[in-house]
Design a protein around this ligand. Structure first.
Ligand SMILES: N[C@@H](CCC(=O)N[C@@H](CS)C(=O)NCC(=O)O)C(=O)O
Length: 379
């Protein structure tokens, strides 16, 4: 017998009518609006070349406009030109009541904070710590207030001086409380001035007999290292970057060679030259290497420079002035034109507290063997 052929299976009709979703609605349901739009227009292929070119051009133009404000450069060369400070020197004798304004991410402000700590000036010189606001301006918050006037922005403190103020409200800023006047907002001058406030007999970071040597080192480290990292990060042409990067790493090689045989820059004594170098080095691997494209080497790849940084970090009170989280957040979140997505990378191991507390072995280079630090009465 022939088997009866089975009846073809009929598809059951759906219990209710389904509206078939088109390609467009399927895509838009699963994507954010921008991705959905580009998928509808181009599928998974790249957008057409003219659009890419147009976006690239407008993006670069927007970057240039922002950089013009953030970091003015030489229009001919694209090299970063640091603006002069509004109050570059301490003029006359300020009153006895002073107040220091700083921001923890800033290496220039860090100089002043570090000198204040090393010289034990905390009681003599109260400090207010400003934080980077969303608009990029130094701001105060309930957790980090303006201890003097309760202002919201640092620029309001600047503006409270009798002549008002139109320029850049930078940190560090030393304020004369009695005269309601800015004493100085140039870090190296503030640092020298603070050295004059310290009681005699303690640590002298600016000793007369070493001043020439300190100035000589400062002439190397300021343009090539302190400002050098900014010249790399804020360069607006390939040539300007190449010049800055080659000067930076040339100077670091020279410093590495010098510090292999000398505990500090000017011999056995910690001086202002070391303070100024340290505040750049401590930020190097976390910020300048990744964000400012100081990529030839990491600080951790320089044995003497890294040990030197650890040596200073381990001095009493120094670590308390270094806030790596604030440093990373300040740079990666505030310098929007360099990091538009605002993503903050991980702290590199070379900048971890545990790493920085590793033995540095530099006592052997020093005849003074750290006695001068103890003499300053800091513990
Ligand atoms: N030459 C100054 C530079 C100070 C400076 O540029 N500070 C930055 C922070 S790292 C600042 O406050 N920028 C705010 C602005 O330029 O508006 C110094 O050494 O004190």
């Amino acid at each position: 017998m022939w088997a009866t052929p089975s009846k073809p299976q009929l598809r059951q009709p759906p219990p209710f009518p389904i509206r078939r979703r088109g390609r467009l609605s399927r895509i838009s349901a699963s994507q954010d609006p921008l991705t959905a739009l580009s998928r509808v227009l181009w599928g998974r292929a790249l957008p057409p070349a003219p659009l890419i070119l147009a976006v690239r051009h407008s993006w670069t133009t927007a970057w240039r406009v922002l950089m013009l404000q953030l970091a003015p450069s030489d229009p001919e060369t694209g090299a970063f030109k640091r603006s002069a400070s509004g109050f570059p020197a301490v003029v006359g004798t300020p009153s006895a009541r002073l107040h220091l304004y700083v921001g923890l991410p800033c290496p220039w402000a860090h100089r002043a904070l570090l000198v204040r700590a090393l010289l034990g000036l905390e009681d003599r010189l109260p400090v207010s710590v400003a934080v980077p606001g969303d608009d990029g301006a130094w701001s105060f918050t309930p957790d980090s207030p303006d201890a003097l006037y309760g202002k919201r922005k640092l620029r309001e403190v600047y503006a409270a001086r009798s002549g008002g103020f139109e320029g850049r409200a930078t940190v560090p800023m030393l304020w004369d409380v009695d005269r309601r006047e800015v004493v100085c907002n140039e870090s190296i001058e503030i640092a020298k001035f603070l050295c004059g406030l310290a009681e005699g007999g303690g640590l002298d970071l600016w000793p007369p007999e070493l001043r020439q040597d300190i100035e000589r080192w400062y002439g190397v480290i300021y343009p090539s290292v302190n400002n050098g990292v900014y010249r790399c990060g804020f360069a607006q042409s390939q040539e300007a970057y190449d010049t800055a990067a080659s000067e930076l790493f040339g100077a670091l090689d020279r410093l590495e060679a010098h510090l292999a045989g000398s505990r500090y820059l000017c011999g056995d004594r910690l001086t202002l030259a070391d303070v100024c170098l340290f505040t750049t080095l401590i930020r190097f691997d976390a910020v300048y290497n990744p964000l400012f494209r100081c990529t030839r080497r990491k600080l951790a790849e320089y044995p003497s420079l890294h040990a030197y940084t650890r040596d200073i970090y381990q001095m009493p009170k120094v670590a308390d002035t270094c806030d790596m989280e604030a440093i990373m957040e300040g740079y990666f979140k505030t310098l929007f034109p360099l990091n538009p997505g605002g993503i903050q990378p991980l702290v590199p191991v070379s900048c971890d507290r545990d790493t920085l507390l590793r033995p540095h072995g530099r006592e052997a280079l020093s005849a003074a063997d750290g006695r001068q630090i103890q003499a300053a009465g800091v513990s």
